[in-house]
Structures are given as structure tokens and as C-alpha cells.
Write a protein that binds this ligand. Structure first.
Ligand code: ADP
Length: 226
């Protein structure tokens, strides 16, 4: 994966010299927007852990842990796991040493309660978010991609009925939190329609435009602007 390259024309020659000291990102988008894939790429480039609450739940379900048993039926129906449980899990994860410099959260927060909980947690640590990456894709595209994923991956929550429930919850509870972050000037809106690489480039260009550039390669790699 390319890292550190300023994409697009807006990057200045100083970008490569000033790697961002903290990188606290959220990636928000409807189901099938590609946020999981893009989130991992952004996290890797910035050298921070990518934390997907959905992955944590799925992993616990497949391993048959106590947490997995508690959330299995909820995840399979596409409903939200109770906030108390989800918020505690995220606080624990963000308290681990590898998240001290930053993190990329995928799938959290998903409603106003979770947004408030995250804000309180970060404030108590004197930390703040650097950007909220919004991946926009039209509803029909989102549904088409999920149908394909159902074939490719066989996720139990990718049935027509559960997809409809998850999208409805996204539109009702998750999309509105973007307005809160927009008011805080944190939202970087990205058109999520295009090839994986095109969307990745758009994300890095938009972040670079806000002075957020990936960590430099240890060997000096590709940092210098042409
Ligand atoms: P998608 O975005 O495609 O629905 P995720 O992997 O983000 O997939 O989430 C899968 C499921 O995990 C959700 O439908 C929900 O049941 C649960 N989940 C994930 N994140 C949260 C969250 N922040 N709050 C509550 N439930 C969550």
C-alpha cells in the first residue's frame, strides 16, 4: 500500500516533513460504503490501530466468548448492541497503549449516546478527534455492494431483511451524528463511489488538505514531494 505520498495537487513540500503527531480518526458511512477496507488503509498509513466494533463483536461470536453470547442475537438481527456495553468496550480498547497516539474507529460512535460517551472519554484524557471521514454512497449502490458481500463472505447479517434494518438504523441514528461533527468542523466528506484505489486517494488527498499526513517511511521512502 502506498503511504505518505501526498495525493493530488494541493499538498505542499512541507507535508512530508511534518508527520502528524496525533491521528484520531473516525470513519463513518452506510453499510457497504467500504469504510472497513478504507479504514484499515488509513490506520496503517498513520501507524495507529484500526478498531472496528463490528469486527470485535463478530470475533467474540465466532470464538464463543461470554461477550459473543450476549451480543450474537442482536448482531444477527442488525440491531445495535446496548450502548453501555459498546461504550465500555471502546473505552477499554482506547485505553490500551497502542492507541495512545491515535486510532481509527470504524463503526463507533453510531448514535448520540455513543458520541457523547466518546467526547467525554477523550476530554477526560485531554485528547480530541483530528478528523471524521464521511464516506458517501447512494443507497442503491450500498445495497448492491451488500448483496455481493453476502455472496462473497456469507455474513449472517447480510440477508435482505437484516440489511434493510441496518440501513434504516444508519439513516435514523448514525447519519445525524455527522451534523454534530460537521458543526465542529471535523468532517471530511468523501465520494465513496469509484474503485478502491480511487477512493483511497481521495481520502488521503482530503486529509492532506487539512494538514493530516501519514507518518514518514522510516527509510525516507517516498516522502518527498515531486
Ligand atoms: P455494518 O456497518 O455493515 O452494519 P459493522 O461491522 O460495523 O457492520 O457492525 C455489525 C453489527 O455489530 C451491527 O449491526 C451491530 O449489531 C453491531 N455493532 C457494531 N458497532 C456497533 C456500535 N457502535 N453500537 C452498537 N452495535 C454495534
Amino acid at each position: 500500500m502506498t503511504r505518505g505520498e501526498p495525493h493530488g495537487g494541493a499538498a505542499s513540500a512541507t507535508d512530508s516533513a511534518s508527520a502528524t503527531d496525533s491521528a484520531r480518526f473516525l470513519i463513518v458511512g452506510p453499510q457497504g460504503s467500504g469504510k472497513g477496507t478504507q479504514g484499515v488503509l488509513v490506520a496503517e498509513a498513520f501507524g495507529v490501530p484500526s478498531i472496528s466494533t463490528g469486527d470485535v463483536f463478530r470475533e467474540n461470536i465466532s470464538k464463543g466468548t461470554e461477550l459473543g453470547a450476549r451480543v450474537q442475537a442482536i448482531v444477527e438481527s442488525g440491531d445495535l448492541v446496548p450502548d453501555e456495553l459498546t461504550c465500555e468496550l471502546v473505552r477499554d480498547r482506547l485505553s490500551q497503549p497502542d492507541a495512545a497516539r491515535g486510532f481509527l474507529l470504524d463503526g463507533f460512535p453510531r448514535n448520540g449516546t455513543q458520541l457523547d460517551d466518546l467526547a467525554e472519554f477523550l476530554e477526560s484524557r485531554g485528547e480530541s478527534l483530528d478528523a471524521v471521514i464521511e464516506l458517501s454512497v447512494p443507497r442503491e449502490e450500498s445495497i448492491a455492494r451488500l448483496r455481493q458481500r453476502a455472496i462473497d463472505q456469507g455474513r449472517t447479517d447480510d440477508t435482505e431483511e437484516v440489511i434493510a434494518n441496518r440501513l434504516a438504523i444508519y439513516e435514523r441514528e448514525t447519519a445525524p451524528i455527522l451534523d454534530v461533527y460537521r458543526d465542529q468542523g471535523l468532517v471530511v466528506q468523501i465520494d465513496g463511489v469509484g474503485s478502491l484505489d480511487e477512493v483511497t486517494e481521495r481520502i488521503f488527498a482530503a486529509l492532506a488538505g487539512r494538514g493530516l499526513s501519514p507518518i514518514a517511511e522510516p527509510n525516507g521512502g517516498n516522502g518527498a514531494a515531486a
